[in-house]
Design a protein around this ligand. Structure first.
Ligand code: PBG
Length: 347
C-alpha cells in the first residue's frame, strides 16, 4: 500500500529523458564540433624530423617538411585551425630567433599557408623558448624581468609572424600591455586584419610541466629571479584578477580571450562567458593531456570517454573554442560516433 502511494506521488521522473540513445541526443544541451578545435604543434629545425615528446605520449616535434605531411591527415579529419610553437635551434638573451625572418616559426607558417591556404594558422607569441634563461621577458641590468622592454620584442615577434602569413597571433607571455603593443605594431604595418587571441587569464600552473619539456622552455633561476613564472603568470587562487586581466586585454584590442589551463579553471571560464561578449577559448594544456594519457596507458581509465567528458565540460562551462593536443583524436572520435550512432552514446 505504502509503496503504491509513493509511486503515485512520483510524477516527475527525470530518467524518462535518459531512456534511449535517441532521447538523450534529443535533449542534449551541449555539443562537440570539430569546427571549435585547435590543434597545437611543436616545430623544430632539421628535415625528416618526427621526434616523440617523452612527456606527451602521442605528440611529436616536427620539422617543417614532416609537419606538412602530418597536416594532410589533420585537415582531412576536419580540424581547421592549428597553433604553432617554434622550438628553435639557438637561444640567446634577446630572443633573436623569435623574430628573425628565417626563424623556425616564420618558416613553418609560410610553408603551412603555402600548402594549406584554408587552414587557420595561429602562432604562439612568447619569448621563453627563444631565451637562454627560459623566461617570457628580457632581463635588464637590474636583474629584473623588464616588462616594457619585453613589449618591444613581443611586438616584433608578432609582426614577423604576420609577415610570414599567420592569420592570428596568440601572445602567451603575460607582460602588461602586450595586446596594445602588438595591436599597434600590426596596425602600423598594414596588418589590421591579423587577429589576436590573448592568453588573457593564464595561471602560473604546474600543468605546463610536459610542455616545457616539449618546447625546451623551462625557466631557470637567474640572480634574484626564481625558476618559476609567478611574477608574470597569475596566482591560481585568484578569480577577480582574471576578470581584470581579460577586461584589460579586451580594451587593448584582443579579439578572442583565453583561459588557461582549462579543467581546473572551469569557474573562470564561466565567469568570462558571463562577463564578455567575445569568443572564449579554453586551453587544455600539456599536463591535462598527459594525465589522461598516463592513466589510460595504465588501464586506469578509458581515454576516449575521459577526453570527451573533459571537453564537453569546457563547452558546458562556456568555452567556444577548445585548444587541445587531443584535437585530432576528438575529430576522429566524433566522426565515428556519429556514424556508429548508438555505439558510443554520450557525444
Ligand atoms: C609559452 C607557453 C607555455 C604554454 C603555452 N605557451 C608554457 C609556459 O607558460 O611555461 C603552455 C602550454 C601547455 O602546457 O600545453 N609561454
Amino acid at each position: 500500500m505504502e509503496k503504491n502511494n509513493m509511486s503515485k506521488k512520483l510524477s516527475v521522473r527525470p530518467r524518462r529523458l535518459r531512456a534511449s540513445e535517441a532521447m538523450r541526443r534529443l535533449v542534449r544541451e551541449t555539443h562537440l564540433n570539430t569546427d571549435a578545435l585547435i590543434m597545437p604543434y611543436f616545430v623544430t629545425e632539421g628535415e625528416g624530423v618526427r621526434e616523440p615528446i617523452e612527456s606527451m605520449p602521442g605528440q611529436f616535434r616536427f620539422s617543417v617538411d614532416t609537419l606538412i605531411r602530418e597536416l594532410k591527415e589533420t585537415s582531412e579529419l576536419g580540424v581547421r585551425a592549428i597553433l604553432i610553437f617554434g622550438v628553435p635551434g639557438e637561444k640567446d638573451t634577446k630572443a633573436t630567433s623569435a623574430f628573425s625572418r628565417g626563424g623556425i616559426t616564420q618558416r613553418a607558417v609560410s610553408a603551412v599557408k603555402e600548402n594549406f591556404p584554408d587552414l587557420l594558422v595561429i602562432t604562439d607569441v612568447c619569448l621563453c623558448a627563444f631565451m637562454s634563461h627560459g623566461h617570457c621577458g628580457v632581463i635588464n641590468e637590474k636583474g629584473e624581468i623588464d616588462n616594457d622592454a619585453s613589449l618591444e620584442i613581443l611586438a616584433e615577434v608578432a609582426l614577423s609572424h604576420a609577415r610570414a602569413g599567420a592569420d592570428m597571433v596568440a601572445p602567451s607571455d603575460m607582460m602588461d600591455g602586450r595586446i596594445h603593443a602588438i595591436r599597434a605594431a600590426l596596425d602600423a604595418q598594414g596588418f589590421e586584419n591579423t587577429s589576436i587571441m590573448s592568453y588573457a587569464a593564464k595561471y602560473a600552473s604546474a600543468f605546463y610541466g610536459p610542455f616545457r619539456d616539449a618546447a625546451h622552455s623551462a625557466p631557470a633561476s637567474e640572480g634574484k629571479i626564481p625558476s618559476d613564472r609567478k611574477t608574470y603568470q597569475m596566482d591560481p587562487a585568484n578569480r577577480l584578477e582574471a576578470l581584470r586581466e581579460m577586461e584589460l586585454d579586451l580594451s587593448e584590442g584582443a579579439d578572442i580571450l583565453m583561459v588557461k589551463p582549462a579543467l581546473a579553471y572551469l569557474d573562470i571560464i564561466r565567469d568570462a562567458r558571463e562577463a564578455f561578449r567575445v569568443p572564449l577559448a579554453a586551453y587544455a594544456v600539456s599536463g591535462e593531456y598527459s594525465m589522461i594519457k598516463a592513466a589510460a596507458e595504465r588501464g586506469m581509465l578509458d581515454e576516449k570517454s575521459a577526453v570527451l567528458e573533459a571537453m564537453i565540460s569546457l563547452k558546458r562551462a562556456g568555452a567556444d573554442i577548445l585548444i587541445t593536443y587531443h584535437a585530432k583524436d576528438i575529430a576522429r572520435w566524433i566522426r565515428s560516433s556519429s556514424r556508429e550512432a548508438a555505439a558510443f552514446g554520450t557525444f
